[in-house]
Design a protein around this ligand. Structure first.
Ligand SMILES: Cc1cc2nc3c(=O)[nH]c(=O)nc-3n(C[C@H](O)[C@H](O)[C@H](O)COP(=O)(O)OP(=O)(O)OC[C@H]3O[C@@H](n4cnc5c(N)ncnc54)[C@H](O)[C@@H]3O)c2cc1C
Length: 390
């Protein structure tokens, strides 16, 4: 994702020119919704609705469910003779506890233990957001209404296919997403977004310092996202001790086509802001060159390639560390039934099983994997499935 800042002159009015959300139009698969509330996000009544809230909370009183907090799994117990997983060992308040599985062990520990970071960041930004909101907005938010209930980071989405996507398996699959943020980095007056993204104050003031405060506040961003990267990273265990952080080689832009596809995303963004719908608000691109790229001609492809290399960030949609593949594929870990190859009684159900990054944000596909896993497990143990296909 690269930050392309767009300035918006404040103007009250209705936008009538829009494309149908989730509809097909020319090469766009889906485009900006007329009403930001139509954007699909993991929210309920204007608040974030996590997987825990949606799936665990409603069933937490079930007698066959036990959730243990403050518990870190140290190892999966595997019988070396039969190669069968039979339980897990975890630490809770410095105590080692073993639980034995009646049937099987299901591992959902994420691609590399990132979930705790997600929650931490959310709680922090939520508090800061409410502190800076007007009292009216804050009260409306409590009632599930008002501007604070919008999915601020993604009030509009568009999917498109760049000319570089032509070597993809599919003739229609998009490779670029445009995510429109209700605010922008320039409007980050308290420095919250800056510190999340690792942007220094020096960089911020150099790029946006010349803009008056009200202009920075009335700015928004459209972020081109590469949703079909060709570059593939690597994750290696540092030691056999799971508490040692793994070695991660992200390998961003290893394939030069990735950079070129993102430049295409910027060109697409420029087309979007040139439409009469956006021009009604006197939308314009912020033209201060990014530090490190000042010597290149602004708006040339070379300039944008430099800007992408200087400022792009990840959306943390990593997948594939326990890839689903055939048993003779040395890079594969699980079967189509999510069972770990060559070990009995061990299944993986999380983002790590995806062989490729889906052309979507990964949370919803992970929920789909979990739903499918539930059906598969019930089928494999001869239980009735609640699948809609029954
Ligand atoms: C900052 C950030 C923002 C993101 N924003 C979005 C977004 O807006 N939309 C979107 O679709 N996706 C987003 N993603 C990606 C999305 O969150 C992940 O793809 C998704 O959470 C992966 O689900 P998972 O179940 O595979 O792993 P996780 O959600 O990481 O869950 C794994 C869980 O296992 C726990 N765990 C790991 N190891 C152990 C252990 N040894 N013992 C006990 N527990 C353990 C972890 O604490 C964690 O709770 C974001 C990710 C990040 C990091």
């Amino acid at each position: 994702m690269i930050w392309v800042l767009i300035m918006l002159k404040y103007h009250r009015g209705q936008c009538h020119e829009y494309y149908k959300f989730n509809g097909c139009l020319d090469r766009y698969v889906s485009t900006f919704p007329r009403n930001p509330k139509e954007a699909q996000a993991t929210m309920r009544k204007g608040r974030r609705c996590s997987s825990s809230k949606a799936f665990l909370e409603p069933i937490r009183h079930r007698s066959n469910l036990k959730v243990t907090k403050y518990s870190t799994v140290n190892k999966i117990l595997i019988n070396p003779d039969t190669k069968t997983a039979y339980g897990v060992e975890f630490t809770k308040h410095n105590k080692r506890i073993q639980v034995l599985a009646l049937r099987e062990v299901i591992l959902s520990a994420g691609v590399y233990r990132i979930g705790t970071i997600v929650d931490g960041i959310w709680n922090w930004t939520k508090k800061a957001f409410i502190r800076t909101a007007s009292p009216v907005s804050a009260v409306s938010y409590m009632a599930g209404r008002g501007p604070l209930t919008l999915p601020g980071g993604a009030v509009g989405l568009a999917f498109a296919r760049s000319s570089l996507a032509s070597d993809d398996h599919s003739a229609t699959r998009p490779d670029i997403e445009l995510v429109m943020g209700g605010g922008s980095l320039a409007g980050d007056l308290l420095g919250i977004l800056r510190s999340l993204l690792g942007v220094t104050d020096q960089w911020y003031w150099k790029v946006y310092g010349s803009l008056p405060l009200n202009v920075r506040q009335n700015s928004f961003s459209i972020n081109p996202v590469l949703i079909r990267p060709r570059s593939v990273g690597r994750l290696k265990l540092r030691t056999a001790n799971f508490t040692d952080p793994p070695i991660i080689h992200m390998n961003y832009f290893h394939d030069p086509k990735d950079l070129k596809a993102l430049v295409h995303g910027i060109r697409l963004t420029q087309q979007v802001i040139g439409t009469s719908a956006f021009q009604r608000y006197a939308t314009r691109l912020h033209t201060t060159p990014f530090p490190g790229c000042e010597k290149l001609q602004f708006d040339s492809d070379q300039y944008w390639e430099c800007a992408i290399e200087q400022t792009s960030i990840t959306l943390d949609h990593q997948v594939g560390t326990c890839k689903m593949a055939a048993v003779d594929d040395k890079t594969g870990v699980v079967s189509p039934r999510l069972l770990v190859h060559n070990i009995r009684g061990l299944r993986v159900a999380d983002a790590s099983i995806m062989p490729r990054i889906p052309a979507a944000h990964t949370h919803a596909p992970v929920v789909m994997i979990a739903e499918k896993a539930a059906d598969i497990i019930k089928e494999d143990w001869g239980m009735r499935s609640n699948s809609i296909y029954d």
